[in-house]
Design a binder for this molecule. Structure first.
Ligand SMILES: [Zn+2]
Length: 1003
């Protein structure tokens, strides 16, 4: 994103002498690199110890979708939007690398490299392997894409990294292994990402974007390179990662861009021709190099020579870089002490390691990111809320699909419903780019789930996810058919969130099948649109299930219509397993520590069927609930002291006695750029409200067991309390956001409470560890706050909370959103944004989502789950709750009577896993092997009961592998490597030591 970087660069000029010395005194820590490495960097060019060594890193930054779709970028299609064609870049770079063995190149995005690789001849593939083996072409990062860090969930990030790294490993072996994580463009950096990279075995991490104040301070203090201690739970150095900030974002220094897309003068070195400029180029380069050396610690500096989609005609870059190196180094004979070389991030990192210095320690994260005083990139935490939800639920579908592929065995891939495929991973290295895994991997890109792409690209990501899920549905149907013994057609109602399911709305009798992908029991509310007024429901054992039918008011833009909605709550117990026999010789024990992920065995879950019989007898159980209207005179007051009695009364029904709170939906009017302080507008990336006070949207209420709040025709909320739930559900519906007043709007949900939060609140990092946030404060520098709202917003991936000594109010979200605590006791979360201007960060469109279905503007619905607990036990509620939202049960339907022989229950689990242990991955690795990941899901010290190491006794049972008479388990535990055997023929070992990677091989 050149536009963005140029914006940032204007604040990165070398004005260090004018800056005050920061008061912050960092800890120092010795950089420990390559501790277990045998890699000798034979391909790195020699450096000169007494000189300033300038590492030139030729690179291209290829967005996996942004202004164009991923495939348009690959082919170079739609160059009218942006000139970019990745296939030509790789063609051209390989050609140019072959012309001079000194040249180097790094490549990052495996989604593109894979597309290119499979089109190459054997000869070309062998040539490229040679370049990789010699270190002339080096892979860095190596995931399928360069993931966003603010809006991604860790489980999806692990999957997309696994996909890219596995391809590189299978194709290039050890020499293809990326040693450096490279997130040069994401708009702020999450601690959990650094933790994952450290645990995956990366030696270092480089990025380009951080807050302009932080950067200025670090330049003065020479702290642009540091040791990031990225976990509060893992024992150092498990989550320690050397981290470096690149000098020019990821662009070349000014005046040295030699791509076909740049206008800088080439090196004109023939004295017989006009405009000879070698002396000028060398002088300018030495000046920049000396300036850069002043703000870094060692006598090695790095320069990124490339940018967005550059090197399509690589000859231009390399011809000039060859000359630059030659002429600058020639000056050494005249006393110059600058040595320039072709290099890579890992070669540069090796020199930093050799410098044997101490580095400052970093413990928090790099959010929020601001590139100047009124330009906080906190809007994208919420941008495109529907896509964000679709990405999150797609992850749940994918994990379920992978589990059922394992449970079903070969019949899942070829069965009564056709050929299906959850995975792109197979032994013969054929990745199905239309698969659900591939669609999910692409969606993790920093212009995908982030919401910062053009509208047609957002549509493409959603289409890919829908296609991927369609592939998976075949597999799920095959497996459920096999497990239940019934090949009745299976129906997937994907619009239950808007109360649409043609089957349940018309059928006289149908069955619901619920699959729980978690390895522990959950209670899950099911709400179905129906046409009967009362139903007789029985579970798998024939026992009656309580339910209730109520009238649902459906407000569309044009009309008010009614639907009936059936609610029931289903308890899913994994212990209801089929008979399973144990093989004691295959059992082993491992220990799990808080936040350490291990993986070893498989305990997939329960599938349960319930039959619904509409009863023809008219029972009085039918009632119209929204009949009690609270008078509008009960006006809302935003002050925490004047609590909304409506909310309070619901709260007192349950355990929420001690701290009353209220919920309101409000909005900010977006800045249109017409402002005395700055012309910055709110847009896809940037959040900038035009005042600091939200408008209260007028409302009336109607109440029953659920409270319905109508704030305006386009903002409403239902507050529900299920009898067996520990959380209050707020289902919000927002849109179409009106723009008739020519103002963009950003709608928030604000919870006001009497909790004495003292300016502090907490948000999760990528759905995993929690981080403390303090209003108008950054832990590592003295913040000059210039945007009181936007500058206090942080990413909320799965939850946020405020607390005092007595109470903790936790909100679990169903997608990534942005939020903050602007007032004590208050927590606000941004739900939806509709904006009328582009924010000048490159996307070139206002974030104004409309479609054929929503011509008036997008309507979005979502859920927040609120729990109120004493702080000491709050995690015991919000950890499992958040996992239930991330991995939610899959509900499918069959019409009519079930065949009597239908098996109604199934579980691959013979026992429930301990509460602290989360089943992260169960997936078919190849024909004979299953990948399993278990993790300890509690952070250190957050739960007295659960933040303790756990030992899991794992027994391989025959049940999940019914087609495999003999199975073996192997794996490793990074805490105690000797406790489990090494994988015999394991290419996955280096993929990650994030968790114990285990294989179950069945012959
Ligand atoms: Zn990018």
């Amino acid at each position: 994103m050149i536009g963005k970087i140029h914006k940032q660069m204007s604040h990165d000029s070398w004005l260090f002498s004018k800056m005050a010395t920061p008061e912050y005194t960092p800890f120092v820590f010795l950089l420990l690199l390559f501790q277990s490495s045998v890699w000798g960097f034979p391909s790195c060019h020699a450096t000169k110890p007494g000189m300033l060594n300038v590492h030139l890193v030729p690179h291209t930054h290829d967005d996996v979708g942004w202004l164009k779709t991923v495939d348009q970028y690959f082919y170079g299609d739609r160059n009218d939007i942006q000139h970019a064609g990745v296939q030509y870049i790789l063609d051209s770079v390989v050609d140019q690398l072959l012309k001079n063995p000194d040249r180097r190149f790094i490549y990052v995005e495996t989604a593109f490299f894979y597309r290119w690789w499979k089109q190459q001849t054997d000869d070309m593939q062998n040539t490229v392997k040679q370049l990789v083996n010699e270190g002339r072409l080096e892979f860095v990062n190596g995931g399928w894409c360069m993931s966003d860090e603010a809006t991604t969930h860790y489980s999806a990030v692990i999957d997309q990294m696994t996909m890219g790294l596995r391809f590189l490993n299978d194709t290039f072996g050890h020499c293809g292994r990326p040693r450096v994580a490279w997130h040069i463009d994401p708009f702020g950096h999450a601690r959990e990402h650094a933790s994952m990279f450290a645990q995956m075995g990366y030696d270092g991490f480089f990025f380009g974007r951080l807050d302009y104040q932080d950067r200025n301070r670090r330049m003065v203090a020479r702290e642009q390179e540091m040791l990031w201690r990225a976990s509060e739970s893992l024992t150092p150095p498990m989550a320690d990662l050397f981290t470096g900030i690149l000098p020019n974002g990821y662009n070349p220094p000014e005046g040295f861009c030699w791509d076909q897309s740049c206008d800088d003068p080439p090196i004109r070195d023939d004295p017989d021709l006009e405009d000879y400029n070698v002396d000028d180029v060398v002088t300018r380069f030495l000046h920049i190099a000396h300036g850069q050396a002043l703000v870094y610690k060692t006598n090695h500096i790095i320069m990124t020579m490339g940018s967005d989609f550059q090197y399509e005609n690589a000859n231009l870059w390399y011809k000039n870089l060859d000359k630059l190196i030659r002429y600058v180094n020639q000056m050494q004979s005249n006393g110059s002490e600058v040595n320039v070389l072709y290099s890579t991030p890992s070669c540069y990192l090796q020199e930093l390691h050799r410098a044997n210095l101490t580095w400052p320690l970093k413990g928090d994260d790099f959010f929020p990111y601001a590139d100047s005083a009124h330009d906080f990139w906190t809007g994208y935490f919420t941008s495109r809320p529907a896509l964000k939800r679709y990405e999150r639920i797609s992850n749940s579908y994918l994990q379920t699909c992978k589990q059922l592929e394992v449970l079903g065995g070969p019949i899942s891939r070829k069965g009564p419903f056709g050929a299906g495929d959850s995975e792109t991973l197979s032994k013969c290295l054929v990745y199905t780019l239309s698969s659900h895994s591939s669609a999910m991997a692409v969606a993790q890109h920093h212009d995908a789930v982030s919401g910062t792409e053009k509208q047609h690209v957002a549509n493409d990501y959603a289409r890919k996810l829908a296609n991927g899920w369609a592939h998976c549905q075949v597999l799920v149907s095959n497996t459920l058919s096999s497990l239940s013994g019934s090949s009745a057609p299976r129906v997937y109602c994907e619009h239950l969130n808007i109360s649409v399911c043609p089957l349940t709305e018309t059928s006289k009798k149908f069955s619901v099948n619920v699959y729980n992908p978690l390895a522990r029991p959950v209670s899950w509310p099911v709400r179905l649109p129906v046409n009967g007024t009362a139903y007789r429901i029985s579970d798998a054992k024939g026992k009656a299930v309580d339910s209730q039918v109520e009238l649902l008011l459906v407000r569309t833009t044009y009309s008010l219509s009614t639907l009936l909605s059936l609610s029931l709550s289903i308890s899913l117990y994994p212990s209801l397993s089929l008979s399973i026999s144990l093989y004691p010789s295959l059992s082993l024990s491992i220990s799990l520590y808080p936040s350490l992920s291990l993986s070893i065995s498989l305990y997939p879950s329960l599938s349960l069927s319930i039959s619904l019989y509409p009863s023809l007898s008219l029972t009085p159980s039918y009632s119209l609930y929204p009949s009690i209207i609270i008078s509008p005179s009960q006006s809302f007051s935003p002050q925490p002291s004047s609590l909304l009695s409506l909310c309070a009364s619901i709260v007192t029904l349950r355990d929420f006695l001690s701290s009353l709170f209220c919920v309101c939906l409000s909005r900010y009017n977006a800045s249109d750029g017409n402002n005395s302080e700055s012309i910055q507008m709110s847009g896809a990336y940037i959040f900038r409200p035009n005042t600091s006070t939200p408008f209260i949207i007028s409302k009336t209420n109607s109440v029953v067991q659920e409270v319905r709040q109508w704030f305006s025709p386009w903002v409403s909320q239902v507050v529900r309390l299920y009898t067996d739930s520990r959380a209050l559900e707020l289902e919000w519906t927002v849109g179409p956001v009106p723009i008739g007043d020519d103002l963009g709007k950003e709608v928030i949900s604000r919870l006001d409470s009497s909790i004495n939060s003292s300016g502090v609140f907490y948000t999760d990092s990528n759905g995993r560890e929690m981080l403390q946030r303090r209003k108008d404060y950054r832990p590592t520098w003295n913040l000059r706050q210039s945007e009181p709202i936007a500058g206090n917003y942080y990413p909320i991936n799965s939850r946020a909370y405020i607390k005092d000594d007595k109470d903790q109010l936790t909100v679990v979200t169903d997608r990534s959103q942005g939020g903050g605590s602007i007032q004590d006791g208050s927590l606000e979360i941004m739900l939806h944004r509709r904006l009328l201007y582009d924010d000048v960060r490159g996307v070139g469109e206002p974030l104004n989502e409309m479609s054929d279905i929503y011509p008036e503007g997008l309507v979005v619905r979502g859920r927040h789950l609120l729990s109120l607990s004493p702080p000491a036990t709050a995690a015991d509620t919000h950890r499992p709750l958040a996992q239930e939202v991330v991995l939610q049960p899959l509900i499918t339907f069959t019409d009519g009577e079930l065949h009597p022989s239908t098996r109604l229950e199934f579980s691959g689990l013979q026992a429930v896993l301990p509460p602290a242990v989360h089943l992260l991955t169960v997936s078919q690795w190849d024909q004979d092997t299953v990948l399993l990941r278990l993790e300890h899901q509690y952070q250190a010290s957050e739960s007295k009961e659960h933040s303790q190491p756990v030992t899991v006794n794992l027994q391989v049972t025959s049940s999940p592998w019914r087609y495999a008479p003999s199975c073996s388990v192997s794996g490793r535990d990074s805490q105690s490597p000797t406790s489990v055997p090494e994988l015999a023929n394991d290419q996955s070992l280096w993929l990650s030591n994030y968790e114990l990677t285990a294989s179950i091989g069945c012959k």
